[in-house]
Design a protein around this ligand. Structure first.
Ligand code: ACO
Length: 429
């Protein structure tokens, strides 16, 4: 018998249809949705009762009680309770980070199988109280007598009761993701028309994929929802052009970002099954693809020197250089559409002689992506973006796409809050 190679392969995925926040899944918790997507995957692959190597998951918006949300999901799932699980936090790149983490563990021989997952619910976002009330409540929980409790409770002032609403604001700048991106969009001169065209292509690609049954073995209906609810199959440039700008109204340049060319706040969960080649063969599973390499980057956005969501513009060139590849070597580009303009800014950076020379240290432009290969099955603008679930959606989609079409290589790129980005090369197995 030959020595185990521990080469990790992607075997399939499962997600629930993504839904716009505060609608169909308004009463579902992160735990409900994460458990459901894992159970759907377990059912599809007949893994009930099995002890998996490890399950990695995460959510960007977590309640403080969710100190190991993924472990709780495993305990509530059909997997054996002896399956270990852990949470990862990498903002919008969390889902991809779980895939990379488990791939590395399998490749290292630490585990033979795993489920990478992610979930987010803007409907079930945690509400936090201010520091003044929090300190009083903590003191109250330590009080031993009624007199102590009454003395401490008397310190509470009506103003302390105002909750701190969750937001997509960057802690260091106070600006929302959309406001940051509006600045970057203007800096790169991305037009409203180009953003709307990308948004339309996303809806058309996703609608086509749904109609062709592509998601039949990747999505399990949930709470009466059987398709991504943000998808507008009848979207048009005319309807997109009518939408009013939502971000960047205070910028000197005309605001160009709208609800149509920005991802909506979304609820959803996604999961990916990974295993070593040996584990897959033992279970009779057909490998779809594998993660060949991954690269993270971070940018200094706080002083405005770089756009908040521009880290992939740096990660991708490093990743490709390390693997001796250029854009011509890829059949598919899966670039997370945080906003249409985010993708367009990345493309513009790679095509820019100035950016490539000054920021990437190259002799000329890094390269141009063949737009017919960009997000062929739509992406986050159409599907929605439940933050930590997006990576799993993209990996499962592109792995199946490679297998189905006989194509060889996909580039996955996800920007994240905090000025970070995570990218990966996926190859057909
Ligand atoms: C790393 C990262 O990923 S960063 C990204 C993180 N994510 C975010 O920051 C979320 C960004 N998105 C948002 O904050 C919100 O979705 C916003 C501000 C863009 C829009 O919010 P809302 O105004 O509540 O959106 P809403 O769903 O009501 O849409 C506004 C209008 O646009 C319309 N609309 C939205 N999309 C489309 C479309 N594709 N085509 C036509 N009309 C559309 C809606 O029907 C609605 O019309 P109505 O007012 O007549 O009902």
């Amino acid at each position: 018998m030959s020595a185990p190679t521990h080469r990790a392969v992607i075997l399939g995925g499962n997600r629930i249809p993504f839904a716009r926040s505060n609608k169909q899944y308004a009463k579902a918790s992160n735990l409900d949705m994460l458990t459901s997507t894992i159970d759907g995957l377990v059912a599809r692959f007949g893994l009930a009762g099995e002890t998996m190597g490890e399950v990695a998951g995460g959510a960007v918006l977590k309640h403080s009680k969710d100190f190991n949300l993924t472990r709780e999901a495993v305990l509530g799932s059909a997997l054996s309770p002896t399956t270990p699980a852990f949470d990862i936090g990498q903002a919008c790149a969390t889902g991809l980070e779980t895939v990379v983490s488990l791939t590395n563990k399998i490749n290292a021989g630490q585990i033979e199988s795993g489920i990478a997952a992610g979930v987010d619910s803007a409907s079930d976002a945690p509400i936090v109280v201010g520091d003044s009330l929090r300190e009083i409540l903590l003191e109250l929980s330590r009080a031993k007598t009624l007199t102590q409790r009454m003395r401490i409770a008397a310190q509470i002032r009506p103003a302390y009761l105002a909750p701190q609403a969750p937001s997509t604001g960057e802690p260091r700048t106070g600006l929302s993701m959309g406001e940051h991106q509006a600045i970057t969009t203007a800096a790169w001169g991305i037009s409203r028309e180009a953003q709307d065209e990308l948004a339309l292509a996303s809806h058309q690609g996703l609608a086509r994929a749904w109609d062709e049954g592509f998601f039949d073995d990747l999505v399990t209906p949930y709470l009466g929802v059987s398709r991504d609810t943000n998808l507008r199959a009848d979207s048009s440039l005319e309807s997109l052009a009518k939408l009013s700008p939502v971000f960047g109204k205070r910028l000197p340049e005309p605001a160009t970002m709208t609800a149509g060319n920005s991802t909506p706040l979304t609820d959803g969960a996604a999961s990916v099954l990974l295993g070593s080649e040996e584990w897959a063969a033992d279970h009779g599973f057909t490998p779809l693809a594998r993660i060949v390499d991954a690269e993270a980057a971070a940018v200094d956005f706080v002083d405005g020197a770089e756009g908040l969501l521009m880290a992939p513009a740096y990660a991708v060139p490093r990743l490709l250089a390390r693997n001796g590849l250029t854009f011509e070597d890829f059949d598919v580009f899966e670039i997370h559409e945080a906003f249409a303009s985010t993708v367009l800014c990345h493309l513009a950076a790679w095509e820019s002689e100035e950016f490539s020379r000054e920021k990437l240290g190259l002799d000329g432009p890094f390269g141009t992506i063949d737009r017919t290969k960009l997000n062929p099955l739509g992406s986050s603008l159409a599907a929605g973006h439940p933050f930590a679930a997006t990576g799993g959606r993209i990996i499962a989609t592109t792995a199946k796409y490679l297998k189905l079409t006989g194509k060889k290589r996909s580039l996955v790129s996800i920007c994240a809050a905090g000025g970070q980005g995570l990218t990966a090369i996926v190859e057909a197995a």
